[in-house]
Design a protein around this ligand. Structure first.
Ligand SMILES: *Cc1c(COP(=O)(O)O)cnc(C)c1O
Length: 365
């Protein structure tokens, strides 16, 4: 604990799983977000006291007043960040200050209080201190943290939060692609947008995900695993997937991604990939990209690879884009070379197999 962070009251769970039970879970199919560790972090905030009552306690149900604002007006924000176990057993996380800063920007947009970045990092450290045995050590596995904040005030009036809770839960996660990285099909959503101009697209909030679920269902019905959303004003420019940013690789070696538009979520994976590509001397462009440029570029061979990126899946090759009456790409083709080498470089840094030349890793234990 650093001197200038909150004092935590740590109450170990009286029903923590035994070492045998934990090992059995960690040795099985972890999937994503299915299992949770024995503890969680909870910190309260109210207007009068600010942040207070920091706790590490047993993982379990929250108690909320039925009139709590989060249940009525959706005042909720979250983060996603992982802990990686290195070969020597040490536990590290990746660019946590960037997640802490993003949580602050999301909080500002949703009229929730701002948690100091040092408290955000300390909250991860506190949870790992007690639940470190839940950080798996099988290849490409991790402990996925889900920090989130909700407005807890018991009041049906509509206003900025006057009471809020910040929590961190953690879930051991297996390799996202259990059978090796395989290209996915993406559905182009032409009827729905995930965000609006001036809306909350750049904030990591539950409401954006709620808005993406119906188009996501449409994607499943079309045999696709994810949705691509276009800009909400003209319906012409690429934005992102429901929870991942998108990149195009051109034949001439350029790496291109949509410029941040105000309705795109600024991914930390996105910004890390931009940096790694610049380090390689690749030409990198952040600019508006039309859906026609994608379709025509893939058809003509000008665009050679497309991929999506985010903390959960790291880098996902996109094999095919489908929409009403069209398909571009070839889902049977193997993942692109640049896609896979960027994926490998980033994960090698995260797992301590390559030098951390940008100082992105922070040791948690
Ligand atoms: C979290 C998220 C991403 C990816 O962000 P990372 O920081 O790379 O995990 C992209 N788009 C949306 C909508 C997100 O919520």
């Amino acid at each position: 604990m650093t001197a200038d962070t909150l004092r935590y009251q740590v109450s170990p769970s009286d029903h923590a799983r035994s070492a045998e039970q934990r090992e059995a879970i960690l040795a099985g199919e972890l999937g994503f977000g299915k299992f949770f560790t024995d503890h969680m972090v909870a910190i309260q905030w109210d207007k009068a006291q600010g942040w207070h009552d920091a706790k590490v306690c047993a993982y379990g149900p929250l108690s909320l007043d039925p009139s709590a604002s989060v249940l009525h007006y959706g005042q909720e924000i979250f983060e996603g960040i992982k802990a990686y176990r290195h070969a020597d057993g040490s536990i590290w996380t990746f660019r946590p200050e960037a997640n802490g800063e993003r949580l602050q920007r999301s909080a500002a947009r949703l009229a929730l209080p701002q948690l100091p970045v040092a408290e955000f990092v300390e909250s991860l450290r506190q949870l790992v201190a007690i639940d470190h045995a839940w950080v798996p050590s099988t290849p490409e596995s991790s402990l996925y943290f889900r920090p989130f904040m909700i407005a807890t005030e018991a009041f049906l009036g509509v206003r900025a939060a006057q009471a809020a809770g910040y929590y961190v839960i953690a879930s051991p996660a297996g390799a996202y692609f259990a059978k090796g990285v395989a290209p996915v099909s993406i559905w182009l959503s032409e009827d729905y947008a995930r965000a609006a101009k001036g809306g909350t697209g750049a904030a990591k909030c539950g409401g954006n995900y709620a808005a993406s679920l119906l188009p996501q269902q449409e994607a499943y019905a079309q045999g696709c695993s994810q949705v691509l959303f276009l800009d909400p004003v003209e319906g012409k420019y690429l934005e992102e997937l429901g929870g991942m940013n998108v990149f195009l690789v051109f034949k001439d070696g350029r790496l291109v991604t949509p410029a941040l538009s105000g309705s795109i979520l600024e991914g930390i994976t996105r910004s890390s990939i931009l940096q790694l590509a610049r380090d390689r001397g690749m030409q990198v462009e952040e600019r508006p990209i039309t859906i026609d440029e994608w379709k025509q570029g893939v058809a003509s061979g000008e665009i050679t690879e497309v991929f999506a990126c985010g903390t959960a899946a790291v880098v996902t090759p996109i094999g095919e884009l489908k929409g009403k009456g069209f398909v571009v790409g070839d889902i049977t083709a193997p993942a692109g070379e640049i896609t896979m080498s960027i994926r490998k470089e980033l994960t090698d840094i995260q797992y301590g197999r390559l030098p951390d030349r940008h100082g992105w890793l922070v040791k948690l234990r």
